[in-house]
Design a protein around this ligand. Structure first.
Ligand code: FAD
Ligand code: NAD
Length: 482
């Protein structure tokens, strides 16, 4: 999400200024993008960050390191199990985990350093420390040595993101029982990794360690995988993940987890009410994330929050207190980096009197497993629930020439279009590079395109994107290649 280069720096020369048009608290993909756009719009901007590096969860312990490990572990499996299919003989394929982890760290530090460079380029003042809002128009920053500094702020943008949610009875020890942060840096491949939660993190990081040789057991409270996903996609995904060796227990209500030496035990109540204990050597708790508002002083200021602790904002991203705005994981909605960035752009454009806006119907969602899973818009269940008439068309990767050449033919694309207007309402995809293919669908939804529009657009041959075109043709029963 950033340019490269530039070493991480401490506070910049301009940080002696005490008053700014905008002070952003948090430098994740929401905060840093907002800061850059505000600077482009002519505002004097400071960004307060308590971590040593910029970039927030996404760059440091989220999107980027997880994708680096997903890519590397996929290469490992490819070299070990699949290259021979292409007539490439590779013997003695071995895992070098320290190099794999080192590569991930290098990517993270290049990108976080890149943001420091972007801040310099845009003359954004970076201020290190924990930010809080003691009163309207003021941000107080406490540094690591306990020193405090007060900044005047005509506008304040809260972009403090989220942290992993915990589970009653499961005490995180930062080692054997940890969150995604620990699971991005295990020093060795676990023998048996117990994952609590079959959500996005559980599936992505569960896949990484399963590929690298761990036995992975996923305990999920709900009765099925990815309950908010399209039903057909979630069923196919379950079959494919099981084939890759992940094992799932649904309806499992985890009650406690305990570490003793190198062994961890997890006790859960099964769907039938029976209490079961399983043992492993690492536990990954991946049961969601919660908004990060601790120590900001919101209660005293009267900033309204919802039941989950998210800051409530209006359509311009203003909180209930004038002059205080919020975006990203700390406000309601999906916790996604691109959603945070778009909100950051929209919020500062609104501050500048421009029409900042995010189309929430067109936010793509991607799970970077193998195959990838991606969607935008409504599911069939949602359309049925809302009584919206629709037609659907789907097409399998199995019938696509490029997928065959890649040797990745599992999956399909499904398009849901309004039965009367043909407007595309939802696109669901599981298959190779689904995360890239969904961009076309997101634009179609954003521009209110019809399935006919997609079907008539020329798609290069041979590409995976032809599967999207064929699915659009299928909406009208005109599929060509099956
Ligand atoms: P954050 O990125 O959480 O940044 C908030 C920043 O504020 C942090 O740096 C924090 O230190 C700082 N901060 C908090 N409080 C204070 C304070 N009081 N003073 C100063 N600083 C403060 N999303 C995707 O879209 N795609 C993915 O592939 C993806 N993968 C993920 C993988 C993992 C393992 C995880 C954990 C998350 C992933 N996400 C992904 C989610 C994504 O990381 C978040 O949605 C995104 O980072 C939210 O951005 P944000 O700017 O709102 O907050
Ligand atoms: P999640 O909400 O995706 O999944 C949590 C899962 O844990 C759910 O399936 C839930 O039913 C289950 N669960 C909750 N309590 C449980 C319990 N007591 N026992 C067993 N299962 C339980 O959350 P996550 O996977 O932790 O991810 C957090 C956030 O990070 C998500 O909102 C996601 O949007 C974001 N993220 C996004 C990506 C991506 O876009 N590729 C990748 C990683 C994380």
């Amino acid at each position: 999400m950033s340019g490269e280069s530039a070493n991480q720096t401490n506070n910049t020369a301009e940080d002696n200024a005490d008053s700014f048009d905008l002070v952003v608290i948090g430098s994740g993909p929401g905060g840093y993008v907002a800061a850059i756009r505000a600077a482009q719009l002519g505002m004097s901007v400071a960004c307060v960050e308590r971590d040593k590096t910029l970039g927030g969860t996404c760059l440091n312990v989220g999107c980027i390191p997880s994708k680096a490990l997903l890519e590397s572990s996929e290469r490992f499996v490819e070299a070990r199990d699949h290259l021979a299919d292409h007539g490439v003989k590779a013997s003695g394929v071995e895992l070098d985990l320290p190099t794999m982890l080192g590569r991930k760290e290098k990517i993270v530090s290049q990108l976080t350093g890149g943001i420091a460079g972007l801040f310099k380029k845009n003359k954004i003042t970076r201020i290190s420390g924990h930010g809080s809002i003691p009163e309207r128009g003021v941000v107080a920053v406490k540094d690591a040595d306990g020193g405090e500094r007060r900044l005047g702020a005509a506008k304040i943008l809260i972009a403090t993101g989220s942290t992993p949610a915990s589970l009653k009875g499961v005490e995180l020890d930062g080692d054997r029982i940890g969150t995604s942060t620990e699971a991005l840096s295990y020093e060795g491949v676990p023998e048996h990794l117990i994952v609590i939660g079959a959500g996005v993190i559980g599936l992505e990081l569960g896949s990484v360690w399963a590929r690298l040789g761990a036995k992975v057991t996923v305990l999920e409270f709900m009765p099925k995988l990815l309950p908010t996903m399209d039903e057909e996609v979630s069923r196919l995904a379950l079959r494919l993940f099981k084939r890759q060796g992940l094992s799932f227990t649904f309806g499992a209500r985890v009650q406690r987890a305990k570490a003793e030496g190198e062994t961890v035990t997890v006790t859960y109540q099964s769907a039938s009410g029976e209490e079961t204990t399983i043992a492993g050597d690492r536990v990954l708790v991946a049961v969601g994330r919660r908004p990060c508002t601790t120590g900001l002083g919101l209660g005293k200021l009267g900033v309204d929050t919802d039941r989950r602790g998210c800051v409530i904002v209006d359509e311009h991203y203003q909180s209930s207190v004038p002059g205080i705005w919020a975006i990203g994981d700390v406000i309601p909605g999906p916790m996604l980096a691109h959603k945070a960035s778009e909100e950051g752009l929209a919020a500062v454009e609104n501050m500048a009197g421009l029409p900042g806006h995010v189309c929430y119907d067109a936010i793509p969602n991607v799970i970077y497993t193998s195959p990838e899973i991606a969607s935008v818009g409504k599911t069939e269940a949602e359309l049925k629930g809302e009584g919206i008439p629709y037609r659907k068309g789907s097409f399998p990767f199995m019938a696509n020439g490029r997928a065959k050449a890649l040797g990745q033919t599992d999956g399909m694309v499904k398009i849901l279009a309004h039965a009367e207007t043909d407007r595309i309402l939802g696109v669901h995809c599981i298959g190779p590079r689904a995360g890239d293919l969904i961009a076309e669908a997101a634009i179609a939804v954003e521009f209110s395109a019809s399935a006919e529009d997609l079907a008539r657009s020329v798609h290069a041959h041979p590409t995976l994107a032809e599967v999207v075109k064929e699915a659009a043709l299928a909406v009208d029963g005109r599929v060509i290649h099956i």
